[in-house]
Design a protein. Structure first.
Length: 287
């Protein structure tokens, strides 16, 4: 049996704990999450423990990053289970604020990152990245960690956060951690829990399509043709719709016509039960 993880629920208690560690010269890593923790999150904790002396995980289902017709109310909330997993993983502190703590009466500020927030999920989920940028800024200012870790599965989110941290001079190292996958390639995600058995069998095709496009690009294939074929494969395999399937510059997220710099293939596609996203890096071929 592992010990229990300590839980704090307000900014004042969080700051007391962080100050105590900092006064001892200990480094602190923050891992922002929305809970329903899976192996991908636990990989973030393990990486945090390698890089820092103390690891804080925040669990907060952030209402401002969900659109009016999205899954905010049914998003899984399982704090006791999450706390057990975090204790087992060696996390030092769970920060689980209430909505009132994060957004007190009269809250009126939004962080909006232009450019990298546009297109891809930014187009399909209007306002989503404003919600993410605002809550992550708050979490970083509340905790003031030395570093913050995020999963690469949400590549556009990671890119938005990197931009925002540079632009706002927030003194934190942003660390991206590779996606953890099921044995059949499906990226671990809290939303996989929404899939029926039949949908779960279709879902790994997303990653197969990304790999096919990566291979095609390495062989000099045309970006538009490969994405078109990939979309057809997804629709032909049972996906209901494809929000996007694009090749972008890995860091700037500019659209790419050819593989002349490090690139990221990004996809979002829908099954009845869930909207799934994934992405894969591909390096330019050196002559
Ligand atoms: O990736 C997530 O779980 C969320 O978008 C984050 C970064 C915790 C902000 O609410």
């Amino acid at each position: 049996m592992s010990d229990m993880v300590d839980i704090v629920r307000n900014v004042a208690d969080l700051r007391t704990r962080i100050r105590y560690w900092r006064d001892q010269g200990l480094s602190v890593a923050l891992i922002p999450t929305m809970g329903a923790l899976h192996d991908g999150h636990l990989r973030l904790v393990a990486t945090g423990l390698e890089l820092a002396d103390r690891v804080v995980v925040s669990v907060f289902v952030n209402p401002t990053q969900f659109g009016p017709h999205e899954d905010f109310s049914r998003y899984p909330r399982q704090e006791a289970e999450d706390a057990d997993k975090l204790a087992g993983a060696g996390c030092h502190l769970l920060y689980a604020p209430t909505v009132e703590e994060m957004y007190p009466l009269g809250f009126a500020t939004t962080i909006h990152v232009v450019g990298v927030s546009e297109g891809l999920c930014g187009d399909v989920r209007p306002g989503h990245f404003d919600g993410v940028a605002t809550v992550v800024t708050k979490l970083l200012l509340q905790c003031q960690p030395h570093m913050a870790l995020f999963g690469e599965k949400d590549w556009q989110q990671l890119t938005v956060i990197r931009r925002m941290v540079i632009d706002l001079d927030i003194a934190v190292d942003v660390i991206g951690v590779p996606t953890v996958r099921e044995a059949d390639g499906l990226a671990k995600s809290s939303r996989n829990a929404y899939l029926s058995e039949a949908e779960r069998a279709i879902a790994p095709i997303l990653y197969k399509v990304l790999n096919t496009i990566a291979e095609g690009l390495r062989q000099g294939g045309d970006v538009a043709d490969l994405c078109q074929e990939g979309t057809e494969t997804l629709l032909g395999s049972g996906f209901k719709s494809v929000d996007y399937l694009e090749v972008r510059a890995a860091n700037s997220l500019h659209k790419l016509g050819q593989l002349d710099q490090p690139a990221r293939i990004l996809v979002a596609a829908r099954l009845d039960g869930a909207r799934l996203i994934d992405n894969l890096g591909v390096e330019p071929i050196r002559a």
